[in-house]
Design a protein. Structure first.
Length: 344
């Protein structure tokens, strides 16, 4: 999807937040979600999920980023159907075992929430809804925005490693590649810009951006060349400290905060670092390669934090309705890791 020229004042950005998002208005959504879906079949389930999430995330705030990323990766493959939670079987390698998902966390946490819900309402609440609610509540628990999560999602019964490889955005993607992939899910350019803001509480492994630090194509000769679009001092710090291995090479599994100094706070730090060319991933830096996307980033940084919260919440509501299964589609898994047996 091509991006057009957009206004640069944050007041024009605010106007974009006054949009109500429902599943039926989202391209690619295959069914209707609604607020209060479980009001009769499992009353109080949203409060139950929220209480559990808040209790645990406030003790271990890094859980918020894990659940948010888990929800995002789920929705990008077969829609928001909890297929990312399924285990591999003898005949099929599941999404969770695809290379992009090997660093995902939060599976056990979702299982604990699901167990709690099953005890109250057996076979009623889907894993997909549990994940969507938990991701929202986790972000709110660390001081981030909240958003409306209509429910009624059904769980998928298929999980494919190859589909995860093909459909999850890669950290090396260009702006066009990213916008094309987002468009295929019914998500626009602005959704790309605002959903990228989740990196304010994210981390990255050095292996995901090592290409920007060592032997960057076109930067010059030798193995010590870096991406010229990366702030020079920041690149030196990454190479000499954050990603340096004891043997002098780089440590692939070393972890770096995407928003140094406030990675446990949901704020504008990620976008401020982005404008200073201190972002880790090529896919983050790509946002500045498009004039309109850059204008949006500059606008939100210049305005109050609440504007970002509203924009992020709007895009998360849109994401949560991507290609959902409802009605007779899919199933309601009793165990999020395996499909139901015929007897269920």
């Amino acid at each position: 999807m091509a991006s057009g020229r957009r206004g640069s004042s944050w007041t024009s950005v605010v106007a974009m937040t006054m949009v109500v998002v429902v599943a039926s208005s989202v391209p690619g959504a295959r069914g209707q979600l609604r607020m209060g879906f479980y009001a009769q079949s499992c009353p109080g389930v949203e409060r139950m999920v929220g209480d559990f999430v808040r209790q645990h995330v406030r003790r271990v705030p890094t859980v918020a980023a894990a659940l948010l990323r888990l929800h995002f990766h789920d929705c990008f493959v077969r829609g928001c159907d909890a297929s990312v939670l399924l285990n591999s079987t003898a005949g099929s390698v599941a999404e969770k075992d695809a290379p992009p998902n090997l660093t995902l966390r939060g599976f056990d946490f979702v299982d604990r929430v699901k167990t709690l819900v099953e005890e109250a309402c057996p076979g009623v609440v889907s894993c997909a809804d549990v994940l969507a609610l938990a991701a929202r509540d986790a972000v709110a628990a660390i001081g981030g925005p909240s958003w409306r999560v209509p429910t009624g999602r059904r769980d998928g019964t298929v999980s494919s490693m190859q589909e995860a490889l093909d459909e999850i955005p890669k950290p090396t993607m260009s702006f066009k590649e990213l916008t094309d992939m987002f468009a295929s899910k019914g998500l626009g350019v602005r959704d790309l810009v605002w959903l990228s803001g989740a990196h304010t509480i994210g981390i990255a492994h050095c292996s995901s951006f090592a290409d920007r630090l060592y032997g960057y194509p076109g930067a010059g000769a030798g193995n010590d060349t870096t991406d010229p679009s990366l702030d020079a001092a920041y690149a030196v710090n990454l190479r000499r400290r954050k990603c340096r291995a004891p043997n002098g090479g780089y440590a692939e599994d070393a972890i770096v905060e995407m928003d140094p100094g406030s990675h446990l706070s949901f704020d504008l730090g990620y976008y401020r670092a982005l404008l200073k060319h201190r972002c880790l991933l090529r896919s983050d830096a790509a946002l500045l390669s498009d004039a309109a996307a850059r204008a949006d980033v500059e606008s939100v940084v210049a305005g109050p934090e609440e504007v970002f919260f509203q924009l992020f919440a709007r895009s998360m509501a849109t994401l949560g309705a991507v290609q959902v299964k409802t009605g007779a589609e899919g199933e309601v898994r009793r165990n999020c890791a395996v499909v139901n047996s015929p007897s269920n």
